[in-house]
Design a protein around this ligand. Structure first.
Ligand code: MG
Length: 225
């Protein structure tokens, strides 16, 4: 059972949520969905004389030194990303239209949870950064694939459920853990979106919050909400 795979630190956060079982639930990733992760990473790399050569949907192998154009070795990428999160989590800018779309959906009755693989130490900085930009929703710092956390949340409510993420592995994990969740493959950065096929378990792929908002509204209406 998928929920058995939940990390204790993630379960602990999920257990603090107050959810209304009768209301729809939207579970959204943050990086590249609510927040401009790639744009923020590019700014950070610029300050370290590096750049992101967007040749494929991956960070490893695409981060290069400016002077030499040499690729930063794969084994050095996790430490670089960890430093980026420590330095820049509070500075990432919201994706255009995200706050308005979620505010409208919230007003219509949907509950919203941000499920993000931010390091646990940066959870509160992320929450403040989102709240400051009109995205004041509970933030869960997840670890690993997202299926187990979504399966847990799906047990607390009747649905409908919507899940948004830019990473196909997370969408596959959620589709497997809770098949009736509607998955939206959302990639805010259009350069990045062009590098990858729509996740096969997603209902739609989008780089636009107005389009995503319209899709969720339509589904809510269709499902009697
Ligand atoms: Mg993401």
């Amino acid at each position: 059972m998928s929920i058995a795979n939940l990390e204790p630190l993630v379960l602990e956060q999920l257990q603090t949520l107050t959810l209304d079982p009768t209301r729809p639930l939207i579970i959204s990733d943050a990086d590249e969905v609510l927040l401009q992760f790639v744009a923020g990473l590019e700014t950070y790399l610029e300050g370290r004389e590096m750049w992101l050569d967007l040749q494929s949907f991956a960070l490893s192998g695409n981060i290069k030194h400016k002077q030499s154009n040499e690729v930063v070795p794969t084994e050095d990428v996790p430490a670089l990303l960890s430093d980026f999160f420590a330095a820049s989590t509070g500075d990432l800018k919201a994706v255009a239209g995200a706050a308005d779309a979620l505010a409208a959906l919230h007003k219509r009755g949907a509950q919203i949870i941000v499920l993000t693989n931010v390091p646990h130490e940066q959870r509160h900085v992320r929450q403040e950064c989102l709240a400051r930009q009109g995205l004041d929703y509970p933030v869960i710092a997840n670890q690993g694939l997202k299926g187990p956390a979504v399966a847990y949340l799906a047990q607390q409510c009747k649905g409908p459920f919507f899940f948004l993420d830019d990473i196909p592995h997370n969408i596959a994990s959620v589709a497997k853990a809770h098949a009736s969740t509607k998955c939206i493959h959302f990639i805010a950065d259009k350069r990045l979106a062009r590098l990858i096929d729509p996740a096969k378990d997603s209902q739609i792929q989008s780089s636009s919050w107005p389009q995503t908002h319209a899709y969720i509204e339509k589904e809510l209406t269709r499902l009697g909400h």
